[in-house]
Design a protein around this ligand. Structure first.
Ligand code: HEM
Length: 148
């Protein structure tokens, strides 16, 4: 069971809210991620030594969260074509694997997303559920790329 066209549309509609402040939402998402997984700071030498409470005012942190959100926005645009969205994420696996970033870390971040959007990004429960289906549908693409 994949995403229905209505689920895709609901995700895209909600993402307009996120697009209205990509930087702010990106910062909040990463603060949540790094708060839950402080050990992952070592993967970001650019801001590894910045105190948690100072991250939002750090330019390297801001640049990182923006680049990820801009990318996610493009995935959302292409969500109606799962093969295309999956191929986009496979490109990220290709660039992240040599940085020793594991599938588990990708999963942690993507797992956070539905609840984050519901709590912070005005997503309804149905939109959060649509995201869960989207993540479950995209993960096999990523795992297949990671296994190569
Ligand atoms: C679905 C989840 C993720 C997405 C969509 C994503 C997206 C991106 C994008 C678009 C870039 C810039 C282009 C590139 O290098 O590929 C990037 C860079 C990077 N990402 Fe991710 N990422 C994700 C998860 C993670 C996780 C979980 C970590 C580490 C715990 C991570 C660490 C990094 C690092 C270290 C860079 C390079 C930063 C630099 O320029 O020095 N990413 N990511």
């Amino acid at each position: 069971m994949g995403l229905t066209p209505a689920q895709v549309a609901s995700i895209q509609k909600n993402f307009a809210t996120i697009n209205s402040d990509l930087q702010g939402y990106g910062n909040k998402l990463f603060l949540r991620y790094l708060g839950a997984n402080p050990g992952d700071m070592v993967f970001f030498p650019k801001f590894e030594n910045v105190a948690y409470n100072d991250l939002v005012s750090n330019s390297a942190f801001n640049a990182q969260t923006l680049v990820v959100m801009e990318f996610l926005g493009k995935v959302v645009v292409n969500l109606g074509d799962l093969n295309k969205a999956g191929a986009m994420l496979q490109e990220r696996v290709k660039t992240h694997k040599p940085r020793s970033i594991s599938m588990a870390q990708f999963e942690r971040l993507l797992d956070l997303l539905p609840r984050f959007l519901q709590e912070e990004g005005k997503a309804s429960g149905a939109v959060a559920d649509a995201w869960r289906v989207a993540v479950a549908s995209l993960m096999p693409f990523m795992r297949a790329q990671f296994a190569k």
